[in-house]
Design a protein around this ligand. Sequence first.
Ligand SMILES: Cc1cc2nc3c(=O)[nH]c(=O)nc-3n(C[C@H](O)[C@H](O)[C@H](O)COP(=O)(O)O)c2cc1C
Length: 362
Amino acid sequence: MENQTKTHLFSPLSQHGLGLKNRIVMAPMTRSRAVGSVPNALMATYYAQRASSGLIITEGTSPSPDGLGYARIPGIFNEEQVKGWEKVADAVHLKGSKIFVQLMHTGRIAHPENMPEGSRVIAPAAIKAKGDMWTDSSGMQPLPLPEPMSAADIALTIQEFAQAAKNAVKAGLDGVELHGANGYLLEQFLNPHVNTRTDEYGGNLTNRSRFVLEVVSAIADAIGKDKVGIRLSPYNTFNDMPYYDGIFDTYDHLVKEFEKLGILYVHVVESAARELEEGRRLVETIREHFSNLLILNGGYTGEKAEKALESGRADLIAFGMPFISNPDFPQRIKNSLPLASPKTASFYSADQVGYTDYPFYE
Ligand SMILES: Cc1cc2nc3c(=O)[nH]c(=O)nc-3n(C[C@H](O)[C@H](O)[C@H](O)COP(=O)(O)O)c2cc1C
């Protein structure tokens, strides 16, 4: 009896107009196969292979030429890209799964050699991130000094996000996830060590949150709040994001605002937060303050995911790495089948090897 009221990995989700066949989400993963920044047939095959998950969130996809910081990541700002995404959406829908595109603007985590002519590496402030990045033309290169965004750049970027969301709907994708995690443009605005602006987009937490909230709001206006989610990674230090005082309050503020905006989901990468008592408390607070869907991610196994769902900590669990090497990951956890390990050397290579050639379980 008790089990009937609890959520499990294979419980369908019928609320929110979504209609997911299970609670398993394929986490967004950059795979660098979009040569020329256009989604292609190989990508459609890859996503269709993984469509036994209830929801697929695509790899980070740029809403702007300025956000195409990495080699071979896709965009969703021109017609050719929209047509490419249409094929991906069709292939996934044929297999009965839903698919959201992750809108990722790389901001200062970018190299001009990866980007189209006329584009710019932009960020909240002219502060370079430590580290190097792969370019197909010159190999590893140090990250460049970004241009600080003017008020006009901010307004244009918000418009680009809104247009990208409309393009996603046009392509037949089921919604968009904003990449507010892992040190890319949106998170760059949140962190006072990276955002040293003195205008209304920098300084106190209300100002640092403003850009993220304006983007969310513009997208919700453009395509409807029920098609919008956001990914967050509180306490993340990846991509040279230094720790700062007030992380808890910043995210608490954001989530209360997301609640007011009524967006579909918040997706938390828990890996860094769960290392700290304050971080664990923040994840609980997010659950309390946000009444729509909560997706959790970061190091989950089938067993851990089942516990998180049963206890009501989350509505959906996203799995990243297991989906790379196990296209039939849901079937494998359902039937306790062994999992294949991913080959890291082909995570970001350009062809089908280590991408669409991982076998289904016999
Ligand atoms: C190859 C690779 C590419 C990734 N690319 C993205 C990305 O584009 N956007 C994003 O939000 N996270 C990205 N991530 C992070 C994953 O979504 C996920 O948060 C991480 O792998 C932890 O989940 P897991 O333990 O289930 O793998 C990437 C991870 C991997 C391994």
